[in-house]
Design a protein around this ligand. Structure first.
Ligand SMILES: [Zn+2]
Length: 295
């Protein structure tokens, strides 16, 4: 008897936003430990994950979003290749399934420079850009910080390797080719506005994408584990550069999403990563978007 096939179909999800074809693409997932959180007892994390029927310790989706409009293709973040282990690095297969070749990508918009978001830029074995025709669009504070030798010297050994060294290796070929475009805030591309939300990293950004009467926010790492940080927005992560500032930014983004009723696309919201927020008395939750039936 042949076993039932159980390989999933490619982790690719399309939804139209006005004239923009938005595609959620999985790069895989990371299984984390309870120690990733600050300021919350492990028992409480266990209780929340059990109540929400989630895997514990937490399993974190890693999503990339493609934006196709006006004959151009942009990625928001780009996965991590082999750097984060065998459960990650699936972006290129999923891009192929979505009909996107590396050479057709016009730009990679980074929410921030951290390995699960930016280590898909460069093949370090050859030093060649993986997206040869793309510019990298990133907040100036990310470049200032990750290329700051004094900040690197103050960091732990693990941070020096994974954040500073890897970040530089990934960005260097694009910088050498003058293909890194930085900004402080405002419109970075037609219909795409950067919303700086520093704290997780110094130049961490969300992006509001608008087309016609529709808008959504690609909110980067506003939450890493949605069940925990929406129920308890004051919970910071061990890998936040400035935890208190990160908490304030998260609160501001969550309030903005509710006030403007924005569709959310989250890098660490469970795949495919789209949802709508509910909020009451400072406690929030996200409702997964209803499946978008496309032709
Ligand atoms: Zn992340």
């Amino acid at each position: 008897m042949t076993p039932h096939p159980f390989k999933q179909v490619p982790a690719v999800y399309h939804r139209q936003l006005g004239d923009v074809l938005v595609t959620g693409l999985s790069d895989g997932y990371m299984d984390m430990g309870y120690e990733i959180f600050r300021d919350i007892p492990e028992d409480e994390v266990r209780a929340i994950l059990a109540r929400e029927h989630r895997i514990a310790p937490p399993r974190i989706s890693i999503n990339v979003f493609a934006l196709r409009f006006g004959g151009k293709t942009y990625l928001v973040d780009c996965g991590s290749q082999h750097f984060m282990g065998p459960t990650c690095g699936r972006l290129m297969d999923n891009l192929a399934a979505a009909g996107i070749t590396a050479g057709s990508v016009d730009g990679v918009i980074l929410t921030h420079v951290h390995p699960d978001h930016s280590n898909g830029l460069t093949d370090v074995a050859t030093g060649q850009p993986i997206f040869p025709n793309a510019e990298v669009i990133v907040h100036q504070a990310e470049i200032d910080h990750w290329y700051d030798d004094a900040a690197m010297a103050r960091a732990t050994e693990r941070q020096r390797l994974r954040y500073f060294q890897w970040g530089r290796e990934q960005l260097d070929p694009y910088r050498a080719a003058d293909k890194v475009r930085t900004f402080r805030d405002g419109e970075i591309l037609p219909g795409i506005i950067a919303i700086p939300c520093p704290g997780h990293t110094p130049g961490h950004c969300s992006y509001v994408v608008s087309s016609g009467r529709q808008s959504m926010i690609v909110w980067g790492d506003t939450v890493h584990v949605p069940e925990i940080q929406l129920a308890r927005p004051e919970v910071a992560m061990q890998f936040d550069t400035d935890p208190e500032r990160g908490v304030r930014s998260r609160q501001r983004i969550l309030d903005m999403v509710i006030a403007d009723d924005l569709l959310v696309a989250g890098m660490h919201v469970h795949f495919p990563g789209f949802g709508h927020m509910r909020g009451e008395n400072g406690r929030y939750s996200i409702v997964a978007e209803q499946w978008a039936y496309t032709a």
